[in-house]
Ligand binder design. Structure first.
Ligand code: IMP
Ligand code: MG
Length: 185
């Protein structure tokens, strides 16, 4: 049986909560914040989260790759850079999962050293804190997971499959076998 980790209702509640907290914080800043969605996994969350922001914001996207199949590799590649110059701006990075931290560590350093933003705020839907290999702190987090489970849905994929499922779940062994079949493996 597939195990649902975050239902549609819970995902909505997370977006309302974090969106509200960000509204309060960003309102004080005065400058135009840039929300940066991390492709591709963070896109579903980014889209729902920004609907809760009642301030003028800019949006941009960045793409890296680090995951292959069901395991983090630690080797990060930048696949798509920002299109905006975020110098002196508040950057809000919106990511799906932080696991070892390699991806977010890389991203934050990359953005800071290349663009010199005013500050970087890290938002993650799911934080697998216990798997951390490099230090990365989330400023806003949907939920903390203390088990090492491979998650899918709501942007999270298995070799690009099923990012479209509207909730986050753990596939069972039979489902993974079915996905391999669908993918022609
Ligand atoms: P990290 O570099 O180990 O922190 O891995 C984070 C990246 O791996 C994120 O960008 C996620 O998209 C992806 N990731 C981490 N855990 C999962 C998972 O359970 N399912 C799918 N993707 C994941
Ligand atoms: Mg990701």
């Amino acid at each position: 049986m597939r195990q649902v980790i975050l239902s549609e209702k819970e995902l909505h509640e997370i977006c309302v909560r974090i969106g509200g907290e960000l509204n309060t914080r960003l309102k004080k800043e005065g400058s135009l914040p840039v929300f940066v969605g991390v492709m591709k996994g963070g896109l579903n969350f980014m889209m729902d989260l920004i609907k809760q922001i009642d301030l003028p914001i800019l949006t941009d996207y960045i793409q890296i790759s680090s995951y292959s199949g069901t395991a983090s590799t630690g080797i990060i590649n930048l696949k798509k850079d920002l299109t905006l110059d975020v110098k002196d701006k508040t950057v809000v990075i919106v990511e799906d999962v932080i696991d070892t931290g390699y991806s977010m560590h890389y991203l934050k350093n990359y953005i800071v050293s290349k663009y010199h933003p005013k500050e970087v705020i890290i938002v993650a839907l799911i934080d697998k804190t216990f798997l951390r290999k490099v230090e990365v702190k989330t400023d806003y987090c949907g939920t903390v997971m203390n088990e090492n489970k491979f998650l899918m849905g709501y942007g999270l994929d298995y070799n690009e499959l099923y990012r479209n499922v509207p909730y986050v779940y753990v596939p069972d062994k039979e489902e993974i076998a079915e996905y391999d079949h669908l993918l022609g493996k």
